[in-house]
Design a binder for this molecule. Sequence first.
Ligand code: ATP
Length: 362
Amino acid sequence: MSSADPRPVARASGAAGDGGGAARASGVEVTGLGKAHAGVRVLDGLDLSVPHGELTAVIGRSGGGKTTLLRLIAGFDRPDRGTITVGGRPALALPPERRRVGYVTQEGSLFPHLTVTGNVAFGLPWRRRRARDGVREMLELVGLDVGLADRYPHELSGGEQQRVALARALAPRPDAVLLDEPFSALDPAIRVSTRLAVTAALAATSTTTILVTHDLPEAMSLATRVAVLRDGAIAQVGEPADLYLRPADAAIAAFTGEVCEIPAKLLGDHASTALGPLPLPQTAFGAGFVLVRPEQITVDEAAPARATVTGTDFRGHDGLIRLRNGENEVTARCAAHLVPELGTSVGLRLTGIALATRIPPD
Ligand SMILES: Nc1ncnc2c1ncn2[C@@H]1O[C@H](COP(=O)(O)OP(=O)(O)OP(=O)(O)O)[C@@H](O)[C@H]1O
C-alpha cells in the first residue's frame, strides 16, 4: 500500500462500534446460498466468508444477484437453501431487526420527516436515544459537522445524506454493515470525500462490511478483498491485486480491467510472441493467445519489436495507444505526456506475467 493509498491502515479496537465479546469474533459467513426469483435461479450455492473487521467488495454483472445476496444477509428475503452466520450467530432464524446488520442503500433512505438527530437516534438503543451525546459521537465518527444535527434530509447534500445514513446504520453497533452502491448517486467530487469518510468510520469501528459496487477502481481501492459474483456463485475472491494481476480465468481478467490478446506459441512455462517472450501463470502448450493488461506493453525504443501507432485514446493521467505489429493489433498504456504521435514507429516490450491464456477450439 502506498502512502497515497486512501485505505485506512489501522482498525482500532475499543472504538465506538466495538461491542467486544466472542459474538463479534467472526464476520459474515455464507455457505451454499441458493435463491430463485420468479422461478429463475439467481444465487446457486454461493459461499462467502468475510473476516471480522474487513471490507469485502462484491462485484459482478448487472442483474447477477448482488443486491439479492445483501437482502438475504439482512433478512429482508429468505434463501431457498444455505446458511448465513453474522458475528458468529446463525442469522436465518432471526428477523431483520435482531440480526445486528446495518444496511445503506444508494439513496440512503433517510426518514424525510426526521432531522439528522432523529434519523441517527432512530438506530440507537432506547436508553441512548435521549442522550444527544450518542448522536454527536456518531456524527463525528462519519466526519459530519454536528451543526447539521437539526437539519432535515432535504437540507443536506447527497454526500452528507450518505454519511447520516451510515451514522444511523452504525449507531446500534452492528456486527456487519451492508453497503449497496452507497456512492453511485454522488457526483465525482463529493464521491471521493464521502467514501473516505465512510471507510474511515468503518475502519475506526472495526465493522465487518460488504460493499456492492459497479465501480471497479472503487472496489479495488477500498476493499481488503474483492469477490466476483458470476452464475450465482463467487467465481473468485482475493486481494485487489490478486484479482487484477492473477485472475482465475480470461473472463475475470476482462471483467476486472482492460485486456489485450496477443497471438502466442504456448511453450509450457512461457510463451513466445511477436513482442518477445512472456512467463505464463499456468503451464500451457499449443498455438493460442496470451492475455495481458495494456500497461504490460511498454514503449521502449531499445526493444527489437516494432509497431506503428494507429490510434490514441487520451485519458488524462494516462493514455491508451493502439498499435499495429505486423498482422496484430495491440493496445498499450503509457503516461499522458509520453503518448506518441499517430503514425510513429515505436519499439514495444512485454513485461510481467501473462494474466491468462486462450487456445481457440479447432
Ligand atoms: N423480488 C423480485 N422478484 C422477481 N425478480 C427479482 C426480484 N428481485 C430481483 N429480481 C431479479 O433477480 C435478478 C438479480 O437481481 P439483483 O438486484 O440481485 O441483481 P444485482 O446484481 O444487484 O443487479 P444490479 O447490479 O443491476 O443492481 C435480476 O434479474 C432481477 O430482475
